[in-house]
Design a protein around this ligand. Structure first.
Ligand code: ADP
Length: 249
């Protein structure tokens, strides 16, 4: 509009029949409506190697999306939360942290490997902290006007995180494909991958509990197309009352 006179400028858009509480400036008006749209919380889960991270990475690049990874959050809390550190040391010994104060993952893994009681003890210490931090982060996202809040967790149905989410998408792929991907990604043995798979819910259970299933037995492009469609569907749904109900089913 530089160089145009006031009379040549197009009329500024105005809010349609705005109630008195709606700002009259067009930009503020847009912001008002954008920020008053409800936030949708979406959980992403699935077995190891199914493609959870790939799906979340695709979503993370989209407007209005904020993501939180349960695994990273748990690691950060075990490193930084003083009360949790003290509890872990009490339960698993001073070797849980090295001389520099860094979490000794190998030690902790060794303590719980093949011992369900010790694993349950670790989870009982870590999960409540993860849940509290997740709820804080979700509230912050809502206050910041985030439209789609995405929470990726390998153990989602096993914890009560599902209660705090509007919908859950499960990423699914054939077991052999998942094993091949993890072997290529992590440099672990097939037996180690299979042991981790055994500790996860069966694929049919995950699919049955999902609101949406993302099929990732094919190419990354095929996964991305499904993620894009889910994003559009959830955000479209959030703008209408009926759609909101659909998306929350
Ligand atoms: P998860 O987070 O569920 O363990 P990832 O998203 O990390 O799984 O995927 C496992 C590995 O397989 C990663 O290296 C990823 O880049 C790769 N991958 C995921 N989906 C596909 C796909 N459709 N085609 C090829 N490689 C894939």
């Amino acid at each position: 509009l530089i160089g145009t006179s006031a009379s040549e400028r197009p009329a500024a858009p105005v809010c349609w029949a705005p109630p008195p509480s709606v700002p009259q400036h067009p930009f503020l008006c847009l912001l008002f409506f954008a920020s008053s749209l409800p936030m949708i919380s979406l959980g992403i889960t699935g077995g190891i190697g199914s493609g959870k991270s790939a799906a979340v990475a695709r979503l993370a690049a989209k407007p209005g999306v904020r993501t939180l990874l349960a695994d990273g959050l748990a690691k950060r809390l075990m490193q930084e939360d003083a009360a949790l550190r003290a509890d872990l040391i009490a339960a698993f010994g001073p070797q849980t942290y090295d001389a520099a104060g860094r979490l000794n993952r190998a030690w902790l893994a060794h303590q719980v490997f093949g011992d369900d009681t010790r694993l349950a003890q670790l989870n009982a210490l870590v999960h409540p902290r993860v849940r509290a931090a997740f709820l804080d982060a979700r509230a912050e996202a809502e206050a910041d006007g985030v439209r789609l809040y995405v929470y990726e967790a390998a153990l989602l149905f096993e914890t009560d995180a599902g209660q705090h989410l509007d919908a859950v998408a499960v990423v699914d792929a054939p077991a052999e494909t998942r094993i091949a991907r993890v072997l290529a990604r992590d440099g672990v043995t097939r037996a180690q991958v299979e042991a981790r798979m055994q500790h996860q819910l069966a694929p049919e259970t995950l699919r049955a509990r999902a609101d949406y299933v993302l099929h990732n037995g094919g190419t990354l492009d095929a996964l991305h197309a499904q993620v894009d469609a889910l994003y559009a569907r959830l955000l479209d749904a959030a703008t209408t009352e009926e759609g909101r109900e659909d998306a929350a089913v």
